[in-house]
Design a protein around this ligand. Structure first.
Ligand SMILES: Cc1ncc(COP(=O)(O)O)c(C=O)c1O
Length: 383
């Protein structure tokens, strides 16, 4: 048995009929504009330019984060002010308040795993202080008619390839008419699409054969480094000098292939399926000793990326799950070196103890119950 953390590409998504009129529909004001990119980080770079945030300016970002989110800020010379989050992944409002004295230009709120950041009052306060509000919905999907997240900020960012079997693809929904969006990119990141399609094919083969080479490879440092290197070098993220002075971040459009697949997948039913799978794991987890769901008894508002739990001996549990054929993704097992050590203990705790169980749309009652029993065994036998 091999249970991947990612869904496989359904045949119908390549050759089937396009659903609806193919245009995007997301929660947010009716006059929201939607732009497509290859990766969410490229949309972030364009937001910075639209908002006139330039080198030396600062922005607020949560400390539980990964390097790809930081990439555009670092490359464009934007100062990052990290704010702490607690163990339920909610922002520390007091800390944000204190950071406002440093005059940040924007705040990024991450709706981790499809759960609302719980920041209604914070959004209001930041708005009153003149900050742009960016809702980072990279861990969920844009579904029509809203799901309670992604409609309160000036813009919302989605990273489709985290939840859908697409080789690339990100969306930005711009809710604030004052944001004059730059011209969107026209080039396709062919290399990234090629690498990720190979990855998708390997995923499909491994799921049907019941054995995963990639999970074993991931534990070999050199192999992981090579794969990450291949992907990163294909991101083309190096800024270039424009007019001799201004830095420009390299951006790509969503590939036609990703667009084709995405327009043939019913996002609402994917979201529903993921939520149902989340529920199944939530109920089952009540009987698993030694696993603490990060979000307790709450249900995701949007399509969840996975089911995050905290366990004592994460590395041991993770390796045992892999040996049992379950791909348990730790999300950000280490924080980027830019996140200071002091003051961010909860973010570090989550990074060191999380295991994210799959809830994706291909899972069945049988595979979900296998995940739970594999987890029970892994915890019971961990040192
Ligand atoms: C919360 C969050 N935001 C943004 C991103 C960047 O997304 P992309 O890889 O599409 O640039 C990531 C990537 O892991 C992420 O986890």
């Amino acid at each position: 048995m091999y249970i991947s953390s990612n869904p496989s590409l359904p045949f119908g998504a390549l050759f089937g009929r396009r659903l609806g009129n193919g245009s995007e529909s997301c929660s947010g004001p009716s006059d929201s504009r939607i732009y497509k990119y290859s990766r969410a980080r490229e949309a972030v770079a364009d937001f910075l330019s639209a908002a006139g945030i330039t080198a030396g300016d600062s922005v607020l970002l949560p400390a539980y984060i990964c390097s790809s989110v930081l990439d555009p800020f670092l490359k464009l010379g934007i100062r990052i002010l990290f704010y702490p989050i607690d163990r339920t992944l909610s922002p520390n409002v007091e800390a944000v308040r204190e950071l406002l004295s440093q005059k940040p230009r924007a705040i990024f709120l991450v709706h981790y795993f499809g759960f609302p950041a719980g920041a209604g009052d914070l959004i209001q306060e930041c708005r009153e202080n003149g900050l742009w509000i960016v809702e980072d919905c990279a861990h969920t999907l844009p579904v029509p008619d809203g799901c309670g997240i992604g409609s309160a900020g000036d813009l919302t960012i989605y990273s489709l390839s985290k939840l859908l079997p697409v080789p690339d693809g990100a969306l930005v929904v711009v809710n604030n008419p004052k944001l004059e969006w730059p011209e969107t990119p026209t080039a396709v990141n062919k290399r990234l699409v090629f690498i990720n399609m190979l990855w998708q094919a390997a995923n499909a083969v491994e799921v049907s054969s019941g054995f995963s080479f990639r999970t074993r490879l991931r534990d070999k440092r050199a192999a992981t480094k090579m794969i990450t290197g291949l992907r990163e070098s294909s991101s083309g993220g190096k800024p270039t000098l424009v007019n001799g002075s201004r830095s420009k971040y390299q951006r790509f459009q969503m590939s036609p292939l990703a667009n084709r697949i995405r327009s043939r997948i019913d996002l609402a039913s994917v979201a529903k399926r993921r939520q149902e799978n989340y529920q199944v794991l939530k109920t089952a987890m009540k009987g698993v000793r030694g696993a603490t769901p990060v979000f307790g008894d709450l249900d995701p508002a949007g399509a969840p990326l996975g089911f995050p739990i905290l366990v004592d001996d994460r590395e041991d549990v993770r390796l045992k799950l892999i040996a049992a054929g379950v791909d348990p993704r730790p999300v950000w097992s280490g924080l980027p070196r830019e996140v200071p050590i002091a003051g961010f203990e909860d973010a570090r705790y989550i990074a060191a103890h999380n295991v994210v169980l799959p809830v994706h749309q291909n899972l069945t009652p049988k595979t979900l119950s296998y995940i739970v029993s594999a987890l029970e065994r892994a915890i019971a036998t961990s040192q």
